[in-house]
Design a protein around this ligand. Structure first.
Ligand code: C2E
Ligand code: CA
Ligand code: CA
Length: 640
């Protein structure tokens, strides 16, 4: 091939594009990560490649064969290197590099090594390509070897891509495939029409696409917290789980953020959260930290790459604890954070544990000893149990498989059973019979209580429609309503629909509420209560004598019945206890409330509460909660 002039406009365009990419890369702030290093190397390769191609042409035109030869050899070397690094980049974003050790890198670099050796020898031996003394470009017979070496990397890259299609977001796959298509087209055009040196230009286009899709810091870094976003974490975590990597997830959930609201302004709060992230990153380096939410952060550590990992982890946790036990300065103010830190070892610990439960702050955390509570993988069983419980509640909601039992309520006045409390039961195919105290709180914490409550009411309505308990003297049914259900603005409509569907009068259902501060000071709840009352529901205050129940609330929320908690009765074994119970009953009666005593197990207890003037009695003395059919049989037997 002699005397051909080559058109260098495409290479000039490639230089400009790659310089733009380098500037963009250099000017945008980002968290250091291997993939960014690879990208920077790619930009460098394309720039050097196009510069050397331009200079080779220029030297040849000016009649300097030696310089032209050096430039063209450099060009081809960089060409193969680009493919090699691009392949690594793809491995990196699909999470595969996580599994790579030295030997993988050595193996992967073989085609690049061969290229280097070939090019070195070609400078002297001219068997691949060269400029002759007249500056004519000659291709040798072995020229195609270089293309084959590039092709190895290209094919490998495509295979990795296809293998990881599910891990990588569709948007990213589309970018990579279209970019790769452009590059391959460029290579083919350049092979067919040698004067069109277009390959580097297509590679520069690919770089630009990658800058937009992969190297766009704002897409992956949370601008407020300056750590990786949740989405990046979820992707990374999923890949680590799928590859069964030996990694550790340290989940940091700030707990007392609600209370802090009252001390800090919105801006100060944002600064505080950012400060927490900053301090965490100081201990574990930036690229390991992710935001799960504004108040929950994830640290991912690669156990297999760290020597003496357990010591490192231990030191880290000590540092975290020290950090939380100091106050945080936010502007002029100083605050303390309570943090729940959960350490999970992948891959073993994650089995049957959801991220949701790992980050879940739960309730009743005790921070009296330290501002940080640590749950390590020994505690994972608790999480696992919770996850299983949550799944069981989900299943039961889906299949409507909750059971409702009925515990008779006896009237002192009529000396007969006049009512029953509906009590939910769960018999899970995997976990067996679970007491409501355990699964109700799980349902409340995970937003399933509303569905559960509806199912219970529907079962109660079905029971009324099927057995007509009013025939046996039952005047109403007590139904437990969790305060969290009152947050559901549709509850009134849902309840009304169910009553209508089964033709149950609203006066037949009395709702039991347990008072807590946060509920009855909240307009939403108060509003829902009002609507329920307007619809015709009446109410009992449950568990009186525990928690936040008090007389003032009782008067303002016009209850029909008050259920005295069993603990009050059970403590009435001495004079003080007896007096307290008597005063309580008297007080309630003086404001014209019906008094129901729960937990009556013995004749003595029954006599005590009757002598004090209690109106209604519920407890094992009469009966345990019974399935619908047995309850009706019980009523019949008592009436007969
Ligand atoms: P609760 O509303 O205080 O219900 C009374 C609990 O005391 C029931 O426990 C009942 O079986 C038990 N009990 C009744 N009499 C006696 C007695 O004489 N001795 C003793 N030791 N216990 C007695 P259960 O059925 O395990 O329910 C526990 C809690 O779960 C209930 O406490 C209630 O807060 C909640 N719960 C039950 N069903 C529902 C429901 O459908 N919805 C909601 N939101 N919560 C429910
Ligand atoms: Ca109750
Ligand atoms: Ca109760």
């Amino acid at each position: 091939m002699t005397g051909m002039t080559y058109n260098n406009s495409y290479d000039i365009a490639a230089v400009m594009l790659s310089v733009c990419c380098i500037l963009y890369f250099a000017l945008s702030k980002r968290i250091r990560h291997f993939k960014h290093t690879l990208y920077a190397m790619l930009c460098g390769c394309v720039l050097i490649g196009s510069l050397s191609n331009i200079s080779a042409g220029a030297f040849a035109a000016a009649g300097h064969p030696i310089a032209a030869n050096i430039a063209i050899n450099l060009y081809f070397l960089v060409n193969v290197l680009t493919m090699c690094i691009f392949g690594l980049y793809i491995q990196c974003i699909s999470g595969y590099l996580m599994n790579w050790h030295k030997k993988h890198y050595l193996f992967y670099s073989i085609p690049a090594d061969i290229t280097a050796v070939l090019i070195m020898s070609n400078i002297f031996l001219h068997f691949l390509f060269y400029y002759d003394a007249d500056c004519n470009y000659i291709r040798g017979k072995a020229f195609l070897i270089l293309h084959c070496l590039s092709a190895i990397y290209l094919v490998h890259t495509v295979v990795v891509l296809l293998k990881n299609v599910i891990f990588i977001q569709k948007r990213k796959i589309a970018c990579l495939l279209s970019g790769l298509g452009v590059v391959v087209t460029g290579i083919i055009i350049q092979m067919l029409f040698r004067q069109l040196q277009i390959q580097l230009f297509t590679e520069a286009i690919m770089l630009t696409l990658m800058a937009i899709v992969f190297e766009n810091a704002s897409l992956e870094v949370d601008p407020d917290l300056n750590v990786y976003k949740r989405k990046e974490f979820l992707e990374y975590y999923k890949t680590a789980c799928d590859l069964k990597r030996e990694m550790t997830l340290i989940a940091v959930s700030l707990v007392n953020t609600e209370q802090l609201l009252s001390t800090l302004s919105g801006e100060e709060k944002a600064a505080a959260f950012r400060g927490v992230c900053e301090k965490i990153t100081k201990h574990v380096s930036h690229h390991n930290v992710y935001a799960y939410s504004t108040e929950k952060y994830a640290v991912m550590l690669d156990r297999s790459n760290v020597k003496n990992y357990s010591i490192v982890e231990n030191d880290l946790l000590i540092a975290l604890e020290a950090m939380f036990n100091q106050s945080w300065s936010i502007g002029e103010k100083k605050v303390y954070f309570n943090a729940l830190v959960t350490v999970i070892h992948l891959p073993d610990d994650v089995e049957n544990v959801t991220l949701e439960s790992v980050f879940h702050r739960g309730r009743n955390l005790d921070f009296t000893d330290s501002n940080m509570i640590l749950r390590d993988h020994k505690d994972v069983d608790i999480l696992r149990k919770r996850t299983r419980m949550l799944n069981a509640v989900r299943r039961a909601c889906e299949n409507q498989s909750f059971l409702v039992y009925y515990q008779p309520i006896w009237s002192v006045d009529t000396q007969s059973i006049v009512s029953a409390e509906a009590l939910v039961r769960m018999d899970d195919p995997e976990l067996g019979f679970i007491p409501p105290d355990e699964f109700i709180s799980a349902a409340e914490e995970y937003g399933l209580i509303s569905a559960l409550g509806e199912i219970v009411l529907e079962k109660v309505c079905q029971f009324c429609a099927a057995y007509h308990p009013e025939q046996y003297g039952i005047e109403w049914i007590e139904l437990n309503v969790s305060p969290y259900q009152l947050g559901d603005a549709n509850i009134v409509q849902k309840f009304a629909n169910l009553l209508q569907k089964y033709n149950v009068p609203v006066s037949f259902i009395n709702l039991e509420l347990t008072e807590t501060v946060d509920v009855f000071r909240n307009g939403i709840f108060v509003d829902t209560l009002k609507q329920l009352r307007e619809y015709g529901f009446t109410f009992s205050m449950d568990d009186y004598g525990t928690g936040y129940s008090n007389l003032a609330n009782l008067m303002s929320n016009n209850y029909r019945t008050v259920k005295i908690d069993k603990s009050l009765l059970w403590k009435a074994t001495d004079k003080a206890g007896l007096d307290f119970l008597m005063i309580t009953v008297n007080q309630l009666k003086s404001i014209k409330l019906q008094v129901l005593q729960e937990g009556v197990e013995t004749k003595e207890q029954l006599d005590i509460i009757t002598s004090f003037g209690g109106n209604l009695i519920q407890g094992y003395y009469f009966s345990k909660p019974l399935p619908a059919g047995e309850f009706i049989a019980y009523c019949k037997r008592l009436a007969g």
